[in-house]
Design a binder for this molecule. Structure first.
Ligand SMILES: [Zn+2]
Length: 416
């Protein structure tokens, strides 16, 4: 089994032009004494929207690693894959995020559920987990209900894992199990049951991405009860530490925070909670980098700014269609979206300020930012016109990409 580093950070590079500027942030962090492994992630959905192939992610990562002389670990994540989408990722990924959220809530067979409950008497009664204030008090029916909700999803994860293992016989890959793209958050008790089931299924998961309480909207800060998140995050870490010892899961199993970019109010909580358990972290970001491309192009002015304005005008006219696939992960107040005429009259600095995620900045507009976040398809449609602009304005785009990842994400998470 390939071992995932204790701290890892997922970055997304939709148009395969920013691997170097992303890696520069990891180098800066390493120079500050914190070693974090970059993981370039791209989901099947993103590849489909952009029209790219998984191999392009590996190629971009390899050339960035060579160009900057990166000596640390790094990985390529086949993000949110399922049994029907994993195959084209097999030759060019060493990290697989098994997405089984669709099976949550679909009942496993009666016999499997009963067998699970029989096999796990330790989950019933007073279940004391070190570092969790109140022990769980459970009746057999509670565990049965939780198993009914999650067992089929875990069985599906097992099928995907075995399919990958059969095709990557050297075993050199990392497994993440993701359950975040579902309606309701998982409680720490549910996480415990899920981990017991993953161990039964012999899935050597090194990271698990639960759905946390609160809203993880794309490209903007967390919306929810911070105290409740802190308790849940803490208790999840306690459950993981317990499950590693109790069920023999990989010793480096850690939480993965999906939609992790721009959650500025959570970073101090995560930073102070991890050391209580000596725990590692995987955090997944993606679209935040595409927004930095737009910001850099806006600052560059000229054709870059013009394309940014064009994309905004088109997005505004097609807001329903663009937002529909992301309904549960964006909250746009349409009354706060300025007209295309207004934005067309803006300077590059004004557009950059509206997009750049500095919450207190008078020019910042979280509604424009979210709309542009989901509009990357429009840049894909512009094709070479867009990527040629990225090349022509490489330095100013790179500066924004590196600064965003390092200053706004890594520093509060890993340096403080
Ligand atoms: Zn996810």
């Amino acid at each position: 089994m390939l071992i995932l580093e204790k701290f890892s950070f997922g970055v997304g590079d939709r148009f395969a032009h920013q691997a170097k500027s992303q890696l520069a942030a990891f180098q800066k962090l390493a120079a500050n004494g914190v070693q974090v492994a970059p993981v370039w992630n791209k989901s099947n959905r993103e590849h489909t929207f952009v029209g790219s192939e998984p191999q392009s992610v590996l190629d971009a990562a390899e050339s960035a690693v060579a160009a900057l002389g990166w000596k640390g670990g790094w990985h390529v994540d086949a993000d949110h894959i399922r049994l029907d989408t994993v195959d084209r990722f097999l030759p060019c990924s060493d990290f697989f995020t098994l997405d089984v959220a669709d099976s949550i809530g679909q009942p496993a067979s009666r016999g499997d559920v009963e067998e699970f409950v029989r096999r796990h008497p330790e989950l019933i009664g007073t279940v004391t987990i070190p570092n969790i204030a109140e022990p769980f008090a459970t009746a057999p029916i509670d565990i049965e209900w939780i198993a009914e909700k999650f067992l089929l999803a875990v069985q599906h994860a097992g099928k995907i894992f075995r399919h990958i293992a059969k095709n990557k016989s050297d075993g050199n890959f990392i497994v993440e199990v993701s359950m975040d793209e579902t309606d309701s958050p998982q409680t720490p008790l549910e996480l415990l049951v899920i981990l017991a089931a993953l161990a039964d299924e012999k899935i050597p998961a090194q990271t698990i991405a639960p759905k946390f309480t609160g809203r993880f909207n794309k490209g903007v800060d967390y919306v929810g009860d911070l105290a409740q998140f802190e308790k849940e995050f803490h208790d999840d870490l306690a459950v993981i530490a317990f499950a590693i010892a109790r069920y023999g899961l990989p010793a480096n199993l850690k939480l993965s925070v999906h939609s992790g970019s721009d959650k500025f109010s959570l970073y101090p909580i995560i930073r102070r909670t991890l050391p209580k358990f000596g725990a590692g972290l995987h955090i997944k970001t993606a679209g935040t980098t595409w927004l930095e491309e737009l910001i850099g192009l806006a600052e560059a002015g000229g054709d870059g700014l013009a394309l940014g304005k064009e994309i905004y005008a088109y997005a505004l006219a097609h807001v329903d269609e663009l937002c529909a696939p992301y309904a549960s992960v964006i909250d746009i107040d349409r009354s706060k979206l300025p007209s295309a005429e207004t934005v067309n009259a803006w300077s590059g600095v004004q557009l950059a300020d509206a997009l750049r995620h500095i919450p207190g900045h008078p020019g910042f507009n979280a509604n424009i930012r979210q709309l542009m976040h989901v509009s990357f398809k429009l840049a894909a449609k512009a094709g070479a016109r867009y990527t040629d602009l990225l090349k022509a304005n490489e330095a100013i785009v790179a500066k924004n990409v590196t600064e965003n990842i390092y200053e706004r994400h890594m520093r509060p998470l890993f340096v403080g």
